[in-house]
Write a protein that binds this ligand. Structure first.
Ligand code: 5GP
Length: 191
């Protein structure tokens, strides 16, 4: 795999607001970032588009990619829900002369950092607390009660990995979290 651009990992428990942060950074043209579209075997949500939000595929197709060693990292994030970063995806973005930005879970984020330690900036986005996280997930209204409980349970475990990241952003107040994220990206691009 060629090593050209940089990699920006934003990892966080589901509902922490990391997607909003990643979208904001993508809108800043001067950063020259492109979003790493993950592959997943989960069902698309009504507002999601194949090839834009994710590459949606069957579990079988996903497992074929695992067998072919097509993934940089992959994980069964929730039971029967596989997620992974295809090597071709990072290549595609680097070929375009851009830097890669990831919206992935903590284990995947740390895996990317381990593969490219020098060229990855790994940021953990922390929700103010677990209660707030529950409220945000409920407000989003995309998951059932059971799925919300599953995500909240996972969040407590994920919070413990925060110190392994290069930086932690606490998402108490969105505008200041967005500014912090911008500052981190700007500084890392200068390196
Ligand atoms: P969601 O189902 O809410 O889109 O994503 C569930 C979790 O899987 C989120 O924490 C999301 O960041 C993570 N995720 C998305 N893509 C990937 C990936 O390529 N690899 C890994 N390890 N996690 C991912």
């Amino acid at each position: 795999m060629s090593k050209k651009g940089k990699l920006f990992v934003f990892s966080a428990p589901s509902g922490s607001g990391k997607t909003t942060i990643v979208r904001h950074l993508l809108s800043k043209k001067e950063f020259n970032l492109d979003f790493s579209i993950s592959a997943t075997s989960r069902e698309p949500r009504s507002n999601e588009e194949d090839g834009k939000d994710y590459y949606f595929m069957s579990t079988r197709e996903f497992k074929d990619h695992i067998k072919n060693d097509d993934f940089l990292e992959w994980e069964e994030v929730y039971r029967d829900n596989f997620y992974g970063t295809l090597k071709t995806e990072v290549e595609r973005i680097w070929e375009e002369g851009k830097h890669v930005i990831f919206d992935i879970d903590v284990v995947g984020g740390l895996a990317i950092k381990k593969i490219f330690p020098e060229r990855t900036l790994a940021v953990f986005v922390k929700p103010p607390n677990i209660e707030e996280l529950k409220i945000r997930l409920k407000k989003r209204g995309t998951e059932s009660e059971e799925k919300i409980s599953m995500r909240v349970a996972k969040a407590s475990i994920e919070m413990a990995t925060a110190p392994q990241f290069d930086y932690i952003i606490v998402n108490n107040e969105l505008n200041s979290a967005l500014n912090d994220a911008e500052e981190l990206v700007r500084n890392f691009l200068k390196k």
